[in-house]
Design a binder for this molecule. Structure first.
Ligand SMILES: [Zn+2]
Length: 134
């Protein structure tokens, strides 16, 4: 009886050890995952009608005030752009929660403060300087 149970448990330990070893990299949340989690925001990857950015002007994401704790992000943009788009949309969530205008340039600025390395609104760079000086 004892020996019968011993084998599966050894295999179980080996599996756990293997999973623990490989899970280190995969289980580490990315910057945007950690930020979304900390804000209690669900990130949905979709290009359907819920993603107003993708549907309307081919940008990668959407914050919809009708679902203020969810953001919609285009799939398959690559890690760096995905991070930038998610952080940008999270900045809109923050603007919404603070009852501030949903400002694209300021959302980009905020996203970069949080670690975004992409600028979604290059033509805002001048405006951002003005906004920051005000
Ligand atoms: Zn935006």
């Amino acid at each position: 009886m004892r020996t019968k149970n011993l084998l599966p448990s050894i295999a179980g330990i080996a599996l756990v050890a293997l999973a623990g070893f490989t899970a280190v990299d995969y289980m580490q949340p990315s910057l945007w995952e950690a930020k979304a989690d900390s804000m209690g925001v669900e990130v949905i990857f979709t290009n359907d009608h819920r993603n107003c950015g993708a549907v309307n002007d081919l940008l990668g994401g959407c914050f919809d005030a009708a679902t203020p704790n969810v953001i919609y992000v285009l799939p398959d943009m690559g890690p760096e752009v995905t991070q930038g788009v998610v952080l940008h949309e999270l900045a809109h969530v923050e603007q919404w929660r603070n009852e501030e205008p949903l400002d694209e340039c300021l959302a980009d600025t905020r996203a970069r403060e949080w670690g975004s390395t992409v600028s979604l609104y290059d033509d805002c760079l001048d405006n951002m300087v003005v906004d920051l000086v005000k």
